[in-house]
Design a binder for this molecule. Structure first.
Ligand SMILES: [Fe+2]
Ligand SMILES: [Fe+2]
Length: 178
């Protein structure tokens, strides 16, 4: 294991790696909850399963980076496990459009979150920045896919979107520290 020097940018980035791993894990749990309700046969379910595969790749990267850098996971992991799955299951139970609305809301916040991180990192941690840039592009694709699949036709879309986006912001803020 590498020994960190004071002021090491990789050490400074530890809270970022922690929240990103938690977020990708949360995304997998959301899609897991949706697919548990939707099954795997409908067109929407197949699109969601495809997005979930990409989230697995994102999570695997952050898992490996945490292990290499000695970053501890968030203590809120058990909460993310339950809350993510519940959010997925509830939105999917409302209907396919609400499931897609969930993805639009989550990815909107994640896109902003990754953008903020890229700005904060500058050129201090090229390995992390390259991964974030790569994953951010896929998160934006997920948002576009979900919009094209009719997310905005979900009943109560504005409130649903606002509630989920607020939840994401709270989760991001807490996972960096706890
Ligand atoms: Fe992701
Ligand atoms: Fe995503």
């Amino acid at each position: 294991m590498t020994r960190w020097k004071p002021g090491d940018p990789k050490r400074a980035a530890a809270p970022m790696v922690r929240v990103d791993q938690a977020g990708e894990y949360g995304a997998i749990r959301i899609y897991g909850g949706q697919l548990a309700v939707m099954g795997d046969r409908s067109p929407a379910a197949r699109q969601i399963a495809g997005m979930a595969v990409q989230e697995e790749r994102h999570r695997a990267f952050f898992d490996a980076m945490m292990a290499r850098r000695g970053v501890r996971p968030t203590l809120l992991q058990p909460a993310w496990k339950i809350a993510g799955f519940a959010l997925g299951a509830v939105t999917a139970a409302i209907g396919p459009a609400a499931a897609m609305a969930c993805t639009v809301a989550v990815e909107t916040e994640i896109d902003k979150h990754y953008e903020d991180q890229l700005i904060a990192l500058g050129d201090s941690d090229p390995e992390l920045s390259a991964a974030i840039l790569d994953f951010q592009a896929e998160e934006v694709e997920h948002r576009e896919t979900a919009l094209a699949a009719g997310a905005e036709s979900a009943i109560g879309y504005p409130i649903l979107s606002a509630v989920i986006r607020f939840g994401c912001r709270v989760a991001i803020a807490t996972a960096q520290r706890i």
